[in-house]
Design a protein around this ligand. Structure first.
Ligand SMILES: *[C@@H]1O[C@H](CO)[C@@H](O)[C@H](O)[C@H]1NC(C)=O
Ligand SMILES: *[C@@H]1O[C@H](CO)[C@@H](O)[C@H](O)[C@H]1NC(C)=O
Ligand SMILES: *[C@@H]1O[C@H](CO)[C@@H](O)[C@H](O)[C@H]1NC(C)=O
Ligand SMILES: *[C@@H]1O[C@H](CO)[C@@H](O)[C@H](O)[C@H]1NC(C)=O
Ligand SMILES: *[C@@H]1O[C@H](CO)[C@@H](O)[C@H](O)[C@H]1NC(C)=O
Ligand SMILES: [Fe+2]
Length: 478
């Protein structure tokens, strides 16, 4: 095999016309220029030390007072268009009530919805009573209050529904990934809460509790994580994506069902988007169409996820939802050295669709650092043609890696040098981002380091919609 290959390469060169040789030389010069002319690497780089998880007695993990009081309260979108909400909570002493009582700010009639309760076991851990309840037929753009629990232990929260799905509905998304439950994680949540841009919904790009880093995947750390994030997720939906830390695949202790704790705790409205699995699905929210993919489920040709995505892209009506956003855990474009190329096989299979359907932006996590790409694609390569360098492409998404929420594994600071041209900005610091949709043409994006004051934008850009304002953003000063 090798001998044949060498021979054919030799014959290519020996029989090549001067023109072909010239082309090869030019291609070489161009590709080295491409390699050397990278974007910006943030000068501020935090030491990648690990800070450790917050101890069990920390304030953020406190169990709410009262017998059987609901804890770990969280909400997510409950249908395809934003008129339903799934409310989840856990009771520890007994199942208690499955009812959510809710009312809108501008009416005094209280309504009730009935949920379901379940428990699960993981090795020698038995969960509390996990409740999930969908409330439907909500009005758009309306503030609601809701209550869970019984007797003296009733707890009350509120949320605001998104505006009616439509092309000019402004909306502000927060983006957080790889959060875990360290002091840095707490700082990320605090910065997100205090950001004056006021995110209305979190797009969460996977790796939630990191319970699997504990002996026997100690699921108590799923409970502490649920209590920690309640202060945000009980009041605004977090849109969930699975990461590798949700797999909880542990045959050595008899646990062979992937995603067991995650699936029991974090339901998503996958049936509404004709998906057959909670690990890939889509929602519409205001002027955005959000597709969530699973880096840890089969995605090759003919698999359920592949077939679903193939049918999903043509359904996106950019007149109704101009902004097309994709969430997945493992990034496709990442110039940090660890983890490296884990998203590559999915990129090879799905990237042509992302370019064809002009995805505006892809958010990923997994790499514990921050990076924003240029609009690039790498779809020309077909194994034999050697065209394997990403090229600028105005139909391609911007890829944002934001796995810097602050988990116990610490930051990654080892990056490939020189910075590749596809990389516009990269930095090894903790933070969160805001994607602030203004109208069908413009969205303002910013990344906020935990180290800075709340309003500081460590990295930012104006996004121009790929359908309604297809202008090269890098041609305009940022
Ligand atoms: C589960 O088993 C481990 C040791 O295998 C032990 O340390 C832990 O306390 C046990 N947990 C429960 C809830 O029994
Ligand atoms: C977490 O952050 C919140 C908000 O800043 C603060 O009130 C709380 O004390 C912090 N907890 C820990 C354990 O750092
Ligand atoms: C796309 O959405 C617009 C606005 O809601 C609607 O008028 C149009 O009929 C939709 N197109 C298709 C093909 O459904
Ligand atoms: C950085 O990553 C490269 C490639 O994986 C590796 O060879 C090198 O040893 C790493 N450097 C450090 C300081 O870890
Ligand atoms: C869309 O928003 C941008 C940024 O705020 C603004 O400059 C532009 O005029 C808006 N377009 C319309 C049609 O309102
Ligand atoms: Fe990960």
């Amino acid at each position: 095999m090798v001998a044949v290959k060498v021979t054919s390469t030799n014959s290519l060169f020996s029989s090549a016309s001067p023109c072909v040789v010239f082309f090869i030389v030019i291609a070489f010069v161009l590709s080295s220029a491409v390699l050397c002319d990278g974007g910006k690497t943030g000068v501020y780089a935090r030491k990648p030390e690990k800070t450790g998880d917050m101890p069990l007695h920390s304030d953020v993990f406190r169990v709410p007072s009262g017998y059987n009081a609901p804890q770990q309260v969280h909400i997510t979108q409950g249908d395809h268009v934003g008129k339903a909400v799934i409310v989840s909570w856990v009771t520890q002493d007994e199942p208690g009530s499955n009812t959510v009582v809710y009312w809108s700010e501008n009416s005094n009639g209280k309504r009730k919805a009935e949920g379901k309760v379940k428990t699960y076991k993981f090795h020698n851990y038995t969960s509390g009573y996990i409740h999930h309840c969908i409330i439907r037929n909500l009005e758009y753009n309306t503030k609601y209050y809701y209550m869970v629990g019984d007797g003296d232990s009733i707890r009350k929260f509120r949320f605001t529904t998104p505006p009616r799905v439509g092309p000019d509905a402004p909306y502000t998304f927060g983006i957080i990934g790889d959060l875990g439950q360290t002091f840095d994680s707490n700082s990320t949540v605090a910065h997100y809460e205090q950001n004056p841009k006021k995110g209305q919904t979190v797009l969460y790009v996977g790796d939630l509790s990191y319970a699997d880093n504990y002996p026997n995947h100690d699921n108590v750390r799923w409970d502490t994580w649920g209590r920690f994030i309640e202060r945000s997720v009980a009041y605004q939906p977090w849109i969930w994506t699975v990461g590798n830390h949700e797999l909880d695949f542990a045959p050595e202790i008899g646990e062979t069902t992937p995603f067991k704790p995650y699936s029991n705790r974090y339901p998503v409205p996958y049936v509404e988007s004709k998906s057959t699995s909670p690990f890939w699905y889509s929602i519409k929210r205001a002027s955005a169409y959000i597709i969530v993919l699973s880096s840890y489920s089969a995605y090759g040709k003919f698999t359920p996820q592949y077939q679903w995505l193939q049918q999903e892209f043509p359904k996106v009506n950019r007149t109704e939802t101009p902004w097309l956003i994709v969430l997945m855990h493992a990034p496709w474009y990442n110039s940090f050295n660890y983890p490296f190329m884990e998203g590559e096989t999915m990129r090879v299979i799905y990237e042509p669709w992302f370019v064809k359907y002009k995805v505006d932006v892809v958010f990923s996590g997994h790499v514990h650092a921050y990076e924003r790409s240029e609009r690039v694609s790498n779809v020309a390569y077909n194994v034999v043609n050697g065209i394997c360098t990403p090229v600028k492409d105005q139909s391609a998404p911007v890829y944002i890696t934001i796995g810097d929420g602050g988990n116990m594994d610490g930051l990654v600071s080892n990056m490939s040098e020189p910075q590749p041209t596809y990389s516009a900005y990269r930095e090894s610091s903790y933070g969160h981002a805001i994607f602030d949709i203004k109208n069908r043409t413009h969205a303002h994006y910013s990344w906020h380091r935990n180290h800075d004051g709340n309003p500081v934008e460590a990295d930012s850009m104006w996004f121009f919609n790929r359908i309604w304002h297809r202008v090269d953003e890098s041609s305009v000063s940022q």
